[in-house]
Design a protein. Sequence first.
Length: 321
Amino acid sequence: MEGEKAPAVEVCKGVNGLDKVVLREARDCSAEVYLYGGHVTSWKNDGEELLFVSNKAIFKPPKAIRGGIPICFPQFSNFGSLEQHGFARNKQWSIDTDPPPFPTVTSSRAFVDLILKPSEEDLKIWPNSYEFRLRVTLGPGGDLMLTSRIRNTNTEGKTFSFTFAYHTYFFVSDISEVRVEGLETLDYLDNLQERKRFTEQGDAVVFESEVDKIYLSTPAKLAILDHEKKRTFVLRKDGLPDAVVWNPWDKKAKAMADFGDDEYKHMVCVEAAAIEKPIELKPNEEWTGRLELSAVPSSYFSGHYFSGQLDPEKVLQSSSI
Ligand code: TA6
């Protein structure tokens, strides 16, 4: 089919024959999401991969895929009695052929709606009925949007609460030259110090050793600067007040079977999350959590390095979430 345009949305087989959906847009932009875990594993602009997936990732249930954007629901980390990061990333999702009307009209053609509902088995582990609808959209300019809509469908009037994160692994050239901006002066819980509460003193988050921090009540817009690539990831979020920053560094990297010893140099997790204040849903209530990622050229003030300050024009030009 020489010259025929590839479809904007294609369902096909991925690693180990797992079902995945490929989204395509102009300028060689694409995204991939596996039905296993509702898990985005690729996001490309101009054919260049922007997410990190470990070369040792195990694409085999029930192990979560190491990298991309794992969905942590109904529990972030061990903030509760369920398995680490809950079970949504370990479940088989379906394509939602009849989604309810979407709150915001999208001009994109490249999107897919997935749905996860509990099985009888699942209800034994977490006795709550819910409908979790995930829309993954690749915008015409290559932006990636994830919208989660979680509805409490309990019939006997039971309220439930959950914590949540889009556990996003960004690909970076060299972790020692990465800065995360937007978290300065905020309080965080340090996972490496019994989750004690501290206040960020730096004018950006930089990486010289393992970092595992849960920043609280963070801005709707964060920036991850990759100095070598002169590229900034702009992360916009809505309904997700917290943000987790994680790099395992060398020791933890070696301890993870599905992660290369040196791979910590080329990834950073910045995770839009709702952790400090769990989301509570009464029957028939619905929560929406949105994440929008874009990759923009970094730019620096005048001729000298102004501690990686973003050119406000460049970042503010793009629409707000
Ligand atoms: O988000 C950071 C974190 O909670 C770290 O503590 C580390 O456990 C990471 O998630 C990865 O967790 P996983 O269960 O995917 O190995």
